[in-house]
Design a protein around this ligand. Structure first.
Ligand code: GDP
Length: 305
C-alpha cells in the first residue's frame, strides 16, 4: 500500500483529495456538486459512473447532515468501492489443463492491446511475478509487427529466466503463438505468455489477426486468460479501444498501465463500470517490480490518502 500510495501520489491525489476538500465545505450547494462532478469527469471517471456516484454521495451526505472529516472519508471510500466492485475475482488464472490424450497443458495467457500501451513490458513483468511464484514460464513473441518487440521480450525473458519463442521478423503471429504453446507443452511449462501485435488499423484486420492467434492456440488447448492492456493516460480513448478489442476477443481481464504517470486514476472506475471486465493488474512504472495486483481497497485508500 505504501508503494502504491507513493507511486500514485506523484500525480494522482488530485481526485481523492479534491473530492474530500469539496465535500468538506460547510454548504454543499449546486455549484459545489457541479465542481464535484467536474473533478470526477476530469479524472476520467466517465459520465455514467460520475452521475451515479454524485447521486449516491448527495443522498448519503443529505442523510448524514453535519459531517466530520473521518465520516466523509469513510463515506467516499465506500461509494468509490461500490463503483469499482469489491467481490470480483481478480486473480490471473494460471491453472493449466489436460489434453484429450491426458497430456498436461500449460495455462495460456494472451496479452492483447494497442501498440504503445505497455503490452511487452507488462508481459515481461508478469513473467517475473509468475517465475517468482515458482512457475516455469515460456514467452511467445507474437508481436511480429513491431521490429523491436521480440528483442525486448527476449531481454525480459533472459532477465527473469523464461525462454522466449520467436519467429522471423514480420512473420505470422499465429505461427509464433502456436510454436510457443507447443514449446510450453514439450517443456512441461506451467504458463505460456503470448505477447501479440495490436494494430488497430481496422476492426476486421484486428479480428482476423487476433482471432487467428486465438484459434491456432486453441488447437492445442484452452486459452486461460486474455488480458487487455490499456494505457491509463489515454483516458476515454482507451475505453473506445477496449470496446473494439472486447468485440474481437473474449477479454477476461484488464491491465491498466502507466497509472504512475496520470492524475486520471478515475479511469479504473470507468473501465470497471463500462466494460464489465475486471481490472486485474496495474502498471505503476517501467521497472520490473512495477506491476501490482489491482486491489480495490488499497487503490481507493491510496487515492484518498
Ligand atoms: P507495447 O508496444 O504495447 O508492447 O508497449 P511497450 O511495452 O513497449 O511499452 C511502451 C512504453 O511504455 C515503454 O517505454 C514502457 O517502458 C512504458 N511503460 C509500460 N508500462 C508502464 C507503466 O506502468 N508506467 C510507465 N510510466 N511506463 C510504462
Amino acid at each position: 500500500l505504501i508503494r502504491l500510495r507513493t507511486r500514485l501520489a506523484r500525480s494522482q491525489n488530485a481526485l481523492g483529495q479534491g473530492l474530500l476538500t469539496l465535500l468538506s465545505r460547510d454548504r454543499l450547494d449546486e455549484d459545489t456538486w457541479e465542481e464535484i462532478e467536474d473533478t470526477l469527469l476530469t479524472a476520467d471517471v466517465g459520465v455514467g459512473p460520475t452521475t451515479e456516484l454524485v447521486e449516491r454521495l448527495r443522498e448519503r451526505v443529505r442523510v448524514l447532515g453535519t459531517r466530520t472529516p473521518d465520516e466523509l472519508r469513510a463515506l467516499l471510500r465506500e461509494e468509490l468501492l461500490a463503483i469499482i466492485g469489491t467481490d470480483t475475482d481478480r486473480s490471473v488464472r494460471t491453472e493449466g489443463g489436460v489434453s484429450a490424450e491426458g497430456e498436461e497443458l500449460p495455462a495460456v495467457v494472451l496479452v492483447v492491446g494497442v501498440n504503445g500501451t505497455g503490452k511487452t513490458t507488462t508481459t515481461g513483468k508478469l513473467a517475473r511475478v509468475l517465475v517468482a511464484d515458482g512457475n516455469s514460464v515460456v514467452l511467445g513473441a507474437a508481436d511480429t509487427f513491431r521490429a523491436a518487440a521480440a528483442d525486448q521480450l527476449q531481454t525480459w525473458g533472459e532477465r527473469v529466466g523464461a525462454r522466449t519463442v520467436r519467429g522471423p521478423e514480420a512473420g505470422d503471429p499465429a505461427s509464433v503463438a502456436f510454436d510457443a504453446v507447443r514449446e510450453g507443452i514439450a517443456e512441461g511449462a506451467d504458463v505460456v505468455l503470448i505477447d501479440t501485435a495490436g494494430r488497430l488499423h481496422t476492426k476486421t484486420g484486428l479480428m482476423d489477426e487476433l482471432g487467428k492467434v486465438k484459434r491456432v492456440v486453441e488447437k492445442q488447448g484452452p486459452v486461460g486468460e486474455v488480458l487487455l492492456v490499456l494505457d491509463a493516460t489515454t483516458g476515454q480513448n482507451g475505453l473506445i479501444q477496449a470496446r473494439v478489442f472486447a468485440e474481437v476477443v473474449n477479454v477476461t481481464g484488464i491491465v491498466l498501465t502507466k497509472l504512475d504517470g496520470t492524475a486520471r486514476g478515475g479511469i479504473v472506475m470507468a473501465v470497471q463500470r463500462e466494460l464489465g471486465v475486471p481490472v486485474k493488474l496495474i502498471g505503476l512504472g517501467e521497472g520490473p517490480d512495477d506491476l501490482a495486483p489491482f486491489e480495490p481497497e488499497a487503490f481507493v485508500d491510496a487515492l484518498i490518502g
